[in-house]
Design a protein. Structure first.
Length: 282
């Protein structure tokens, strides 16, 4: 079994606090930060991390989900098509046939339903992100099929996971390869002050090892998250911010097996940070 690295949260917090994150304001109450941890500084490995911080009271920015359905479209393209400020890859999907394998509902329309792969739901099918009145909420579900149909009645729902932190407590994750192996990761967190964090961790390169979900949980806790949830990762991990780099992609997607911004994968759905003012009850 791959080695699981456990670090003291205090030491990770101290390292992050001392880090020069190269902050860049991209809109009122929205800031992008990036840092490459070389010399095995973080979790005894090289890491490349991007954070989009969206402060509480972020109106007139608008949080939304994009795409869904059978089409697979790069994260950057979905952001551009929506005329958004930023886009982050979303939940898990069927690479061969298209469509999310987890429930996706956008503006009241259910585009994809959860596709169980066994008698109980997969870990990424046991929690969800909700957007209501332009506010984000993370919901804990369970392994019983159909929980999301009973409990998630909101108009904008993305089932994903595993859940990493809930109500200030780290979730105990089983020692499965998906959880213990280092991969590129995408995640969403909410801090005690209500700030929303979009996180990408690059991987599968000598410049960036990626993280296990145990390490990702520690990172999110060290960043002050009281709620945190994993999104689809691996080759899907992509953060696009309009007007930043040549492509707008600020992390290093790994599908081209080169540590650059050009290895983006087509995905089923994304999270959007829009410029437009939200409608009433949006």
């Amino acid at each position: 079994m791959p080695q699981i690295i456990f670090a003291q949260i205090d030491s990770v917090q101290l390292l992050l606090k001392k880090t020069d994150w190269h902050p860049q304001k991209i809109a009122p109450r929205a800031k992008w930060e990036q840092h490459h941890f070389a010399n095995a500084e973080l979790f005894h490995a090289n890491q490349n991390i991007n954070i989009l911080r969206i402060k509480k009271g972020h109106r007139p920015l608008n949080l939304a989900f994009g795409s869904g359905g059978k089409s697979l479209i790069p994260t950057s393209t979905q952001g551009q098509q929506a005329k958004a400020l930023a886009a982050l890859n979303g939940t898990f999907f069927d690479v061969k046939n298209g469509g999310s394998v987890d429930l996706m509902r956008i503006d009241g329309v259910t585009l994809d339903t959860t596709r169980p792969s066994g008698k109980v739901l997969a870990e990424h099918q046991r929690s969800a992100i909700l957007i209501k009145n332009n506010q984000v909420q993370i919901v804990k579900g369970d392994s019983i099929k159909g929980w999301e149909k009973r409990l998630l009645t909101e108009d904008n729902v993305m089932v994903t996971g595993p859940l990493l932190i809930h109500e200030g407590k780290k979730i105990q994750l089983p020692a499965r390869l998906f959880n213990t192996t280092r991969h590129p990761r995408s995640a969403l967190g909410i801090t005690r002050s209500g700030e929303i964090l979009w996180i990408t961790v690059d991987g599968r390169a000598k410049e960036a090892a990626g993280m296990s979900l145990y390490e990702l949980s520690q990172l999110m806790a060290a960043l002050g998250c009281v709620e945190a949830i994993n999104l689809d990762g691996g080759g899907s991990t992509t953060l696009w911010i309009d007007g930043t780099t040549k492509t707008g992609i600020v992390n290093m997607p790994c599908d081209d097996k080169v540590f650059d911004e050009y290895g983006e994968r087509k995905v089923s759905n994304v999270l959007l940070l829009s410029r437009r003012k939200p409608k009433i009850n949006d």
